[in-house]
Ligand binder design. Structure first.
Ligand SMILES: [Zn+2]
Length: 565
């Protein structure tokens, strides 16, 4: 991986800025040696309304110096390395606006259960992985999906016999429930006499014995007692995550995580080792600690980091997930008439924390999936804005999956960003109607309605929950064809959006959501040289072929961090 020192980055930025100014004035460019890389003969989707299309781009250091025709750019490129794209497609670097980056990195090297289609496969994969792991080490991750084998939730007695020497703690792919084997329950001190947990559930069988399955807040019973990964393990996970997302064309991520995660990012940041730009959110309940951290200038002069690592953002939760029936709805679930989901955080606490964070000049993103949860958090955002007065606060709702029609225009009125993950739509679209019925699905993953109402979208993946692959996300938003291919014309087709709109949500939308729109998200002189090269023009192919496109090259800050061989 190529890295440059922070000092070199600053020097390059200064040079690039002067070149960019010269180009804009139309003066001959005399500082040609500053050019470091040129891409010519491509189809460049700039995202810049003043010049939406171009053939070529020149880079000086970590910034874009010039955008234009191939002839223009060849003239200014001088001795810079010049890559002929042969008509390939270029977009601003993709921003994944919702990831769990280190958990994703850890999963790259752990047991894979996501596509286990039978109970036997689930068990044998865990057994095989255990055979490769030193005795006593925890086996985590997994991302199983019980709907693939008919819907039976896994139990510890499925795997106890094959994992006597390893505590196992493997989660459902949505992260809202996980299975512990008996060794893990013992290590965590969880047993039949363990009490239930507010906002969570310890599942028990008909005889009152714990099955090993823990939901939502009850998962803390185990995670709180798990040994923390070592610094070296964390660094390895970060490196794996950065390499993997670069292969998907991603140049920046918005990470939703912990203070421990922030330490890992900070270590890489100080060492100049980051190759993905990271905005790192920490838990909303810890807003006072974040306010102190920003004030301490641990992350630079303004306390909020720089273009590689941004801090000052908090992430909270209103409810759970649709798949676990823990998302909060106004009306009961269609398949569980006694149940309308739950709030995992009391609204009074959310209000108190958000209000405090807002007054401290911090930024807030809150997970809300069910329509009752989305309505509740919009109410809180509205109240805080009314009480604290105007400010460029850019509140975010993470997921915003199920909306009451009346809440859709509120995103624009309150300038609340809908941070959504289109891949979830074609995944959930297989079974969501069973849970919420035919009416509520009409305003589920309502991309089109939100855009028509003037709302801003920021797209992402929710990796590790879903693959961090913007091409699949764009495919999902444009086609809404469910993963089981049962909706060839699109699931709730009225909510499909154009390729252009999906590209914006993956580029400038993400940049705006992290206050980076003056540095990233479009291809224009002076912007960061974060670029994604794709083997075909996504606008020129049939929508269903978008997921067959390949990332060819990923450039971050002028450096190629991935090139397809
Ligand atoms: Zn998430």
């Amino acid at each position: 991986m190529m890295t440059v020192t922070i000092r070199a980055r600053i020097a390059a930025a200064v040079m690039a800025a002067s070149v960019a100014v010269a180009c804009e004035r139309g003066e001959p460019v005399k500082t040609a040696p500053a050019m470091t890389l040129a891409l010519v003969d491509g189809h460049i989707w700039t995202g810049d309304p003043s010049r939406p299309e171009a053939e070529a781009v020149a880079i000086a250091g970590d910034r874009i110096a010039a955008v234009g025709t191939t002839d223009d750019i060849r003239k200014v490129a001088g001795a810079a390395e010049t890559i002929d794209l042969h008509g390939q497609f270029v977009t601003p670097g993709f921003v994944d606006s919702h990831v769990h980056f280190l958990e994703g990195g850890f999963r790259l090297t752990s047991v894979h259960l996501r596509d286990a289609k039978t109970r036997e496969e689930f068990v044998s994969r865990i057994q095989q992985f255990a055979a490769t792991a030193p005795k006593g080490t925890w086996i985590t991750g997994g991302d199983w999906d019980h709907t693939l084998w008919g819907g039976d939730l896994p139990r510890r007695d499925w795997i106890d016999a094959v994992t006597p020497d390893h505590p196992v703690w493997v989660n459902r792919l949505d992260g809202h429930m996980a299975l512990a084997n008996t060794a893990a329950l013992r290590a965590a001190g969880v047993g039949d006499s363990s009490a239930d947990v507010a906002g969570g559930e310890v599942e028990r069988d008909a005889n009152g014995h714990v099955t090993g399955l823990l939901k939502d807040n009850a998962m803390d019973l185990v995670t709180a007692r798990m040994p923390a990964p070592s610094a070296e393990q964390n660094d390895r996970a970060l490196d794996a995550a950065m390499k993997y997302v670069a292969e998907q064309g991603v140049t920046a991520v918005h990470h939703m995580g912990t203070w421990d995660d922030l330490d890992v990012f900070e270590r890489a940041w100080r060492a100049g080792r980051l190759t993905t730009r990271i905005q790192a959110a920490v838990p909303l309940a810890t807003w006072e600690r974040l306010a102190q951290t920003v004030a301490s200038r641990r992350f630079g002069a303004d306390g909020h980091g720089d273009l590689w690592l941004r801090v000052g953002v908090l992430k909270g939760f209103v409810d759970g997930s649709l798949g676990s029936h823990t998302a909060a709805f106004v009306e009961p679930f269609t398949d569980a008439s006694h149940d309308r989901g739950l709030f995992v955080t009391p609204p009074d606490d959310l209000y108190k924390w958000i209000s405090g964070a807002d007054r401290a000049g911090l930024y807030v993103a809150v997970h809300a999936i069910g329509d009752r949860a989305v309505g509740a958090i919009l109410d809180i955002f509205e109240r805080v804005e009314r009480e604290d007065g105007p400010r460029d606060r850019r509140f975010r709702i993470e997921h915003a999956q199920h909306l009451r029609p009346a809440d859709i225009p509120r995103f624009q009125h309150l300038n609340v960003i809908a941070s959504m993950q289109p891949y979830h739509a074609i995944d959930d679209g297989r079974w969501a109607e069973r849970i919420i019925g035919p009416v509520r699905i009409r305003t589920t993953y309502a991309f089109r309605s939100l855009l028509d109402a003037g709302a801003r979208l920021a797209f992402g993946s929710d990796w590790y929950v879903a693959p961090p692959t913007p091409l699949e996300g764009i495919y999902a938003a444009v086609t809404r064809r469910t993963l089981d291919d049962k909706h060839p014309g699109g699931w709730v087709p009225g909510e499909k959006i154009t390729v252009d709109a999906a590209l914006r949500a993956y580029t400038s939308g993400g940049a705006y959501a992290s206050f980076r729109e003056h540095d990233a998200g479009t291809i224009a002189p002076g912007m960061l040289a974060d670029l994604t090269v794709i083997d075909r023009d996504l606008r020129a192919i049939a929508p269903e072929q978008i997921r067959d496109a390949h990332i060819v090259r990923t450039i971050v800050g002028g450096n190629t961090v991935f090139a397809r061989r």
